[in-house]
Design a protein around this ligand. Structure first.
Ligand SMILES: [Zn+2]
Length: 389
């Protein structure tokens, strides 16, 4: 049935068969692509996988038909808890001919979500199964959490930390088998300039809102230049900002009375939660001082903080040890993208990211390296055994 079946000969490991199944299930985030089915079906498959591996399973709707799945393997005596966490949803499938047909080619598995992040999900579920089937855990608990909605508003991770906690977590987002100990955050700000509508032939009456936004854009570009020349964060580089969407005006022959600009600011650890709004506010204040008629406002729309694990936390070193023993050559790195690790971290669960390599995230050519999925699984098994000894 799947293209995968004919071409597979080496990929008979149960983790890769599970990965093929997960890629074959449509779990496009319905908030990104209205009408999509969401995470219900993949959640059922993962709940069944946890059950058959002997885990205790907790399935809770975050929104109707969109459940988080948590599987727990309990040790023989109480002790610390280690969590593996991954998201069930994917971005949309525009431009893909057969997004849910997993195809193997040259050691890669192609399909929507293969790398982001069904490869990581399969690896963490596979790791829990190996631990369960090879004598179980001496102490503590291994928690595997599969959450909804990471690609939109991360309501799944927010719901997860209300019910569950752990002493450490690995988010199995794609890191090319490096150990990511930090990632950037982002803030979205909307700026509106207001003018006065008038016939295009009557400059004395009109106030051009779009040209006024030009002044704002000039100053934002200067801020971006300044941000990108400041001293970089050791792993994440510098912060930055860019204009995302602009809209204004109604017709050729009229002065536009309004222009709206959406701006995104990417942040590094240590920056204020409202830094983007502060910067936009300072720009508008400056332009008002230059021109008493300048009329504009800015407001914050959404944002998520940057993340960095406490440098004294032993988790990264422990995972690097386990990954090296599994045949990886992990480095400590930072990721540019935001992740649920920030939500876990803010809830008091020290977290790192560690997942298989591949390419084409959020694009039609998405793939994950099959060998990396197996190494990721083996590294997670080693970490669980070490952490829950
Ligand atoms: Zn992801």
């Amino acid at each position: 049935m799947w293209g995968a079946r004919e071409t597979v000969s080496l990929n008979t490991d149960p983790v890769i068969r599970l990965l093929e199944e997960l890629v074959a299930i449509d779990s496009v985030n319905p908030s990104l692509a209205p009408g999509s089915r969401g995470e219900g079906e993949i959640a059922r498959r993962i709940a069944a996988e946890c059950k058959s591996a002997g885990l205790i399973v907790d399935v809770v709707d975050v929104e109707p038909g969109r459940p988080n799945v948590v599987g727990v393997l309990e040790g023989r005596v109480p002790g610390p808890a280690l969590m593996f966490c991954g998201h069930l949803d994917t971005v949309g499938v525009a431009g893909m001919d057969a997004p849910f047909v997993p195809v193997h080619r040259e050691g890669r598995l192609y399909g929507r979500g293969a790398q982001d992040m069904k490869g990581g999900l399969a690896a963490m579920l596979g790791a829990a199964r190996v631990v369960a089937e090879s004598g179980g855990l001496e102490r503590g608990a291994l928690i595997v959490a599969a959450v909804v909605d990471e690609e939109h508003a991360s309501r799944g991770a927010e719901a997860l930390v209300e019910r569950w906690s752990a002493n450490a977590a690995v988010v199995t987002e794609p890191t090319d088998l490096d150990v990511a100990i930090a990632h950037k955050g982002f803030q979205w700000v909307e700026i509106e300039t207001r003018g006065r509508a008038a016939h295009g032939s009557r400059p004395a009456d009109g106030r051009d809102a779009i040209l006024r936004m030009g002044r704002v854009l000039n100053r934002l570009e200067a801020i971006d230049r300044q941000l990108q020349t400041q001293r970089p964060h050791a792993l994440l580089g510098t912060p930055s900002l860019h204009a995302s969407i602009i809209a204004g005006g109604t017709e050729w022959s009229s002065y536009p009375d309004q222009c709206r600009l959406k701006v995104e600011r990417r942040t590094v650890p240590g920056e204020a939660e409202d830094i983007a709004l502060q910067e936009a506010g300072a720009v508008l204040d400056h332009l008002r001082r230059e021109d008493w008629e300048f009329d504009a406002a800015a407001h914050g729309v959404f944002g998520r903080g940057a993340y960095e694990i406490d440098p004294a936390n032993p988790l990264p070193a422990m995972l690097i040890g386990a990954a090296s023993a599994a045949g990886c050559q992990p480095r400590r790195v930072g990721m540019t993208f935001w992740s649920d690790a920030a939500i876990l971290g803010a809830a008091g669960i020290p977290s790192v990211l560690f997942g298989p390599g591949g390419a084409g995230l959020h694009s039609p050519g998405e793939y994950v390296r099959v060998a990396d999925v197996l190494k990721c699984r083996d590294a997670l098994v080693g970490l669980a055994r070490e952490f829950l000894r």
